[in-house]
Design a protein around this ligand. Structure first.
Ligand code: ZN
Length: 254
């Protein structure tokens, strides 16, 4: 049986796990994970405040997360869940002088693992308690961390398909809710239903990030979609242009 509020014993176990993995990140065992976080333009201060960790010696029941990053979901009442993210292997052929050259190889297998029985949750809810008249929503924890690091209040949702209708009330009362949208290259789908419904013979191609952001915007009062430049998500945009460029793009004053 899953519950919104974990039991105290479950919370204290997660708290212990979070601290263990956080401490591991700062040791030699966590050095590859630290390099990866740096490559995502995440600062040490962010890693500390978000209590990111690395699983080298898993706590009982966490064996399957060995070698993964730990991303705790911290609320005002403590840790409510842990998510684990696979770390990619460095690309041996990476050419630092070529901006198109990938630093890391693609991840094989699942990118994220949640603890069993876990429900979708909002990430970084403490940012909903800030005093700005606006808030940002991203899809994915890294983008929220990066936006937060740029000075913006930001929470992440686990994809539009993970949206729970009662989250709508978390975003009521803001003058604006900015949905920071990935700007993906157009992708053609085989047997595309929406395109067939439009009477098209072949899929016209879809910007998955943009379509997802539009769907999300339809569910939230005062939502505005802020599209990243072509080919970028929040993280890659900030890495390329710096945090001030993101704030300027949204058009808010901090
Ligand atoms: Zn289509």
């Amino acid at each position: 049986m899953t519950s919104l509020v974990p039991s105290n014993s479950s919370k204290s176990f997660m708290g212990e796990a979070m601290e263990t993995y956080y401490q591991t990140l700062k040791t030699e065992a966590g050095s590859a994970a630290v390099e990866y976080l740096k490559s995502r333009a995440l600062s040490g201060a962010s890693g500390q405040s978000f209590r990111l960790g690395y699983v080298a010696n898993p706590l009982p029941g966490h064996e399957q997360y060995t070698g993964m990053l730990c991303v705790p979901y911290i609320t005002r009442s403590g840790v409510v869940t842990l998510r684990f993210r696979a770390l990619p292997d460095p690309n041996p052929e990476h050419d630092p002088s070529d901006p198109e050259s990938a630093e890391y190889l693609p991840i094989m297998g699942p990118k994220y693992k949640s603890v069993p029985g876990e429900m979708p949750r909002l990430y970084n809810t403490p940012d909903l308690d800030r005093r700005e008249p606006f808030v940002c929503i991203t899809e994915g924890e890294f983008d929220a961390m990066i936006a937060h690091q740029a000075g913006l209040p930001a929470v992440a949702i686990p994809g539009v398909n993970g949206w729970s209708d009662w989250w709508g009330r978390c975003f009521k009362g803001y003058e604006a809710v900015y949905i920071l949208s990935d700007n993906d290259p157009l992708k053609k789908k085989v047997n595309c239903r929406p395109c067939a419904d439009e009477g098209l013979q072949e899929c016209k191609g879809h910007n998955v990030g943009a379509e997802s952001a539009e769907k999300l915007a339809a569910k939230i009062t005062n939502a505005r979609v802020v599209m990243m430049p072509p080919g970028h998500d929040v993280n890659s945009f900030v890495k390329a242009e710096g945090p001030d460029a993101l704030v300027a793009k949204i058009g808010v004053k901090l």
